[in-house]
Write a protein that binds this ligand. Structure first.
Ligand code: SF4
Length: 281
């Protein structure tokens, strides 16, 4: 069955309409097809074991307001947030929790950092910014390590006991990953970090996109957060990824009020790749 990722703002009406349309399609080939068959087919197509699991997922996403009306994730910092921030100085800096690999630490699964991110490095080097680098996977599993992925949901599901984190060899790494997430949250709270800049796609740090299953076995992407990002978001920490250029620019303009706005910048969910993979919200 071909996997079809869910869009960012699915709702139950949309889902029910799709099930009815799918039933009509099924009945062209099999006039006795029943609604539950169409619902199950749809659920499996979206990577869920049952219609009920799919419905409950959509219900949770809506209930927790994970997305804004424009389809953007609610965890991104917005102008209301930054307008309430004080003027940061080297004595009273903006404290930013940052994925260790984005800060240049060699903590990737293979013992390297994941490339260079000059815009992040330049930002972290500013005198009025105090970075707090941390790698939850290094904390939990050491470096180098196998690559963990989330199976059966996303980071929110892992925190709620509905999904698991497995290593490449299938070892259950759920508990240490959750422990690392709590350590990361305590670090953010102890430093009063106002913001976290996290590496996207990671099962720990991903905030907009992660894999749905084992990436090395060809698992597709899904919209969702990794375990640590999900815990930070649930506890009110604004999160952005290295690909959220528009939100990043908002932070830079808070530091530099004279900075010229860059309306052409886009966040990850507005990128061509994201929209071609998940569709427009
Ligand atoms: S993405 Fe997060 S968990 Fe992965 S290497 Fe970077 S800091 Fe560590």
């Amino acid at each position: 069955m071909v996997y079809t990722p869910l869009p960012s703002r699915p709702n139950l009406d949309w889902l029910k309409k799709r099930a009815k349309r799918r039933l009509a399609d099924l009945r062209t080939a099999s006039p006795t097809a029943r609604l539950f068959e169409a619902q199950l087919e749809l659920a499996r197509e979206h990577g869920f074991p049952s219609w009920r699991a799919l419905k409950e997922h959509i219900d949770r996403v809506c209930r927790e307001n994970r997305f804004r009306l424009d389809g953007g994730p609610s965890h991104l910092p917005d102008s209301n947030l930054t307008a309430a921030w004080p003027r940061f100085t080297s004595d009273q800096p903006l404290k930013v929790l940052v994925s260790g690999c984005l800060a240049g630490l060699s903590v990737g699964v293979d013992g390297n950092a994941y490339g260079e991110f000059p815009h992040i490095a330049k930002f972290l080097a500013r005198p009025e910014v105090a970075p707090i680098p941390f790698c939850p996977e290094d904390f939990a599993f050491g470096t180098p390590r196998q690559c963990p992925d989330i199976h059966g949901g996303d980071g929110y599901d892992v925190l709620d006991g509905r999904a698991r984190v497995l290593s490449e060899s299938g070892e259950d790494w759920t508990a240490p990953m959750i422990a690392a997430a709590h350590h990361m949250l305590r670090l953010a709270q102890a430093h009063e970090a106002r913001l976290a800049i996290l590496q996207d796609i990671s099962a720990a740090c991903g905030s907009q996109v992660i894999y749905r299953g084992a990436r090395k076995a060809g698992a597709p992407h899904q919209i969702g957060a990794g375990v640590c990002a999900a815990l930070l978001v649930r506890n009110g920490v604004a999160v952005l990824s290295q690909r959220d250029f528009k939100s990043f620019d908002l932070i830079l303009r808070q530091l530099d009020p004279d900075r010229t706005p860059r309306p052409e910048l886009r966040d990850h969910h507005e990128s061509d790749w994201y929209r071609s993979f998940f569709g427009s919200p």
